[in-house]
Every structure is written in structure tokens, then in C-alpha cells.
Design a protein. Structure first.
Length: 388
């Protein structure tokens, strides 16, 4: 009987905290059994997942506590979950909210109930009064549970899930906290003439210029980008600023795949005011590697990213400084960096990509993306539940 379609009668379920290296490896590899019949799932790189969960290598753990569990049915792994207390989040919101994440499991209510009960119990012990997620491991990484768009593969740094996950969470009393919307865009679609006029007017009257990231000043420019991000997103729901350690970690991780023209910084009179980061869709390049870079995966990946180039991209970060929000100049800045990246993508053969994610109630940004031809095609949901 497939472990994806429920438990055999009489099979016993046990939960085990992840404590050993072997446990951690089982935890990382569990999705291979959950998604073995799902053509849309893309196996992550095992090496990257190991580093992601390693407190010595992931700066998230500098300001957070986490616990991980495995669910086993008659000794066979059938589920996993994490629980996190993010001190950076609590310092900002002071609302006694803990997080869960890394959720993967067979289609069985007992398994989901046991996994969530373990996470909730641990969070109560840490003094938390509410649980929210999934976050893998923070809102600045993979966020939300896929609830619409199951037939399309996930873009890089975005999650995937079967439809039954949401049903099991909701049966346990979890309710929507917020939906995160993903847009697909055709890179070859030119913006409307009215948008072009707005850009021309802004460039002339406000001395707006848009430039690519300077690889000779890579870390300095990335620091400028994160400074804009932390300012632009500061009033957004759930926002947690990136730390200097996270910035350095991201800079190191992204440098091998960065194309300078895929990252845009807009300046007003020489002062950075907006930015957009777009990256080749690594998921497209690793889809057939089954998580492995050895013996020949490295060569395939480098060829696909640096020589052949991917046909799709993802724009994970875009922001305009708060001072220009809700203004025509702010709209021009946003459109300027997005269109700069789009034109660079067309020049190297990129056909389209994902703009993600956008808060469901960020209607101003959503309307602008739709005006430029973006189509909402995936929804990720953040759930919450009281622990009192």
C-alpha cells in the first residue's frame, strides 16, 4: 500500500525528535517518498538542504531556536515537521507567536495530527500562545502552503505540496492568516504605451536612472539592495528584517548564479531608491538531477545556468523606498526596475518567469503587475491557530 494514500489498518505511528545525523538525513530525504508520483515536484539539492538545516551554516539559527521531528509508521518514515521560535520576529511583534514548517506527510489524518501536536506542544513549552506557518524556516525563506497551482512546478525557493495538506491542516483548526500570490509573466510582453510614457517622464523630471548591479562592488551593492528591501517592506504583514549575517550568507549563495543585468537598482539624482532581484530559475536546471551534484551534476548545472541559460526566471525581491510609496514616482521606480530586468531576460532568451510573492491585500502592487501583463497563477497560504 502506498504511504501516500493512508495507513494500513493496525500500523502503529510513532514520533521521534531529530537528534542524530542519520535522523537529519532521513528528515531531508522524506519528500522523495511523498512526491514520488507527483510530476510537478522538483527534488531539491541534498547538499543545499543539509546546509539549510545546519546551525553552523545557516545564520537563521543565530537568532532562533528550532526542533525537528520524524513520524514513523511501523518504523518507516511517513512524515516530518519543524517548530521554530524566531527571536527576530518576536522582537518586532511581541505577540508570543511561534512558527511551524518543513511539513511533509502521508495522506493520513493521524499523521498530521501527531506532527502538529508535537510542534504545538514544544511551542507551548517555549511560552508561545499562537502558531503560524508553514515557514521553511523563516518568512524570508520558503513561506506558505501551496493551495492553488498544483499542476505547475515550483520556482526556485518556493515550496510545493499536494492538495490534501490544506484539508488536513484545516481539519485540525488551522485558519488562513494571509495568502501570498505568485504571478507569471511573459518576458516578451512589452508594457503598455502609458507605462512607457510614465517612465520617460520620471526619468526626465526626477533624473531617474536604472543600472545593473556592479559585480566589482557586489557585496556593497547587495547591501544597498537589502537596505532598500528592509525599508520598503517594513510595514508589510509579517515582515522580519534581514540581518547582516543573513545578507552575507545570501551574497555568498547567490553569487555563482547572479547575472548582473538581472538585478536592477533605480536611482534618483544618484541616490538608490528602488531595486529588483531576478535570478535564473535554478529549479528548471536541477529538475533531472534527483538532488545530487555528483558525479556530473555540477557540470550540468553550471552549463545550464552559465552557458545554455534557463528559459524561466524568478523575481524574489522588489522594493521601492517607503518615502515614494503611493505616488506616481514610486510607481515609475517599480516599473523601471521590473522592466529593466525583463528586457535583460529577453536578451538572453528567457521566456518568462515568476514574480513572487505578493501579499493578497497589496492591491496597489497587484494592479501594477497585472497592468504589465502578469497573471496570478499560484497561491500559498500561511495558516494560524491559537495555542491557549
Amino acid at each position: 500500500m502506498s504511504r501516500l494514500t493512508g495507513a494500513p489498518n493496525g500500523a502503529s505511528l510513532t514520533l521521534r525528535p531529530v537528534e542524530t545525523r542519520a535522523d537529519r538525513e532521513t528528515f531531508i530525504r522524506l519528500p522523495w517518498s511523498v512526491y514520488r508520483d507527483d510530476p510537478a515536484w522538483i527534488p531539491p539539492l541534498l547538499m543545499e538542504r543539509r546546509e539549510h538545516l545546519d546551525p553552523r551554516k545557516n545564520p537563521f539559527f543565530e537568532n532562533a531556536q528550532a526542533q525537528f521531528w520524524l513520524a514513523l509508521r511501523d518504523g518507516h518514515p511517513v512524515g516530518r515537521i519543524s517548530a521554530q521560535v524566531n527571536r527576530a520576529y518576536l522582537a518586532r511583534y511581541n505577540d508570543a507567536t511561534g512558527h511551524f514548517g518543513m511539513l511533509e506527510a502521508e495522506d493520513d489524518p493521524e499523521t498530521f495530527r501527531a506532527l502538529l501536536a508535537a510542534a504545538e506542544g514544544w511551542l507551548r513549552q517555549q511560552g508561545m500562545r499562537r502558531v503560524m506557518g508553514p515557514f521553511n524556516l523563516s518568512i524570508n525563506e520558503e513561506s506558505g502552503l501551496l493551495v492553488e497551482g498544483f499542476d505547475r512546478p515550483p520556482s526556485m525557493l518556493m515550496g510545493h505540496a499536494p492538495p490534501y495538506y490544506a484539508a488536513h491542516l484545516e481539519a485540525l483548526g488551522y485558519a488562513k492568516a494571509k495568502d501570498l500570490i505568485c504571478y507569471w509573466y511573459d518576458a516578451k510582453t512589452e508594457p503598455p504605451a502609458s507605462v512607457g510614457y510614465m517612465l520617460h517622464k520620471a526619468a526626465r523630471s526626477a533624473q531617474m536612472t536604472v543600472r545593473p548591479i556592479d559585480m566589482r562592488r557586489y557585496e556593497e551593492d547587495l547591501a544597498v539592495i537589502i537596505d532598500i528591501f528592509n525599508d520598503a517592506w517594513s510595514d508589510n504583514w509579517g515582515f522580519v528584517p534581514m540581518s547582516q549575517s543573513e545578507l552575507k550568507h545570501m551574497a555568498k549563495a547567490l553569487k555563482p548564479i547572479v547575472r548582473p543585468e538581472f538585478i536592477a537598482i533605480a536611482e534618483l539624482n544618484g541616490t538608490p531608491a528602488a531595486m529588483a532581484i531576478s535570478l535564473p530559475n535554478v529549479n528548471e536546471a536541477i529538475a533531472d538531477l534527483n538532488g545530487r551534484l555528483l558525479p556530473l551534476g555540477w557540470l550540468k548545472l553550471l552549463w545550464r545556468l552559465k552557458v545554455k541559460t534557463t528559459k524561466s526566471a524568478r523575481m524574489p525581491l522588489m522594493g521601492v523606498r517607503k518615502a515614494y510609496h503611493s505616488s506616481r514616482l514610486g510607481a515609475a521606480l517599480a516599473i523601471g526596475v521590473i522592466d529593466s530586468v525583463r528586457r535583460a531576460q529577453v536578451a538572453v532568451g528567457t521566456e518568462g518567469g515568476e514574480l513572487s510573492w505578493i501579499l493578497e491585500d497589496n492591491l496597489r502592487m497587484r494592479r501594477m503587475i497585472e497592468q504589465m501583463g502578469g497573471i496570478a497563477y499560484k497561491t500559498y497560504r500561511v495558516y494560524q491557530r491559537g495555542l491557549d
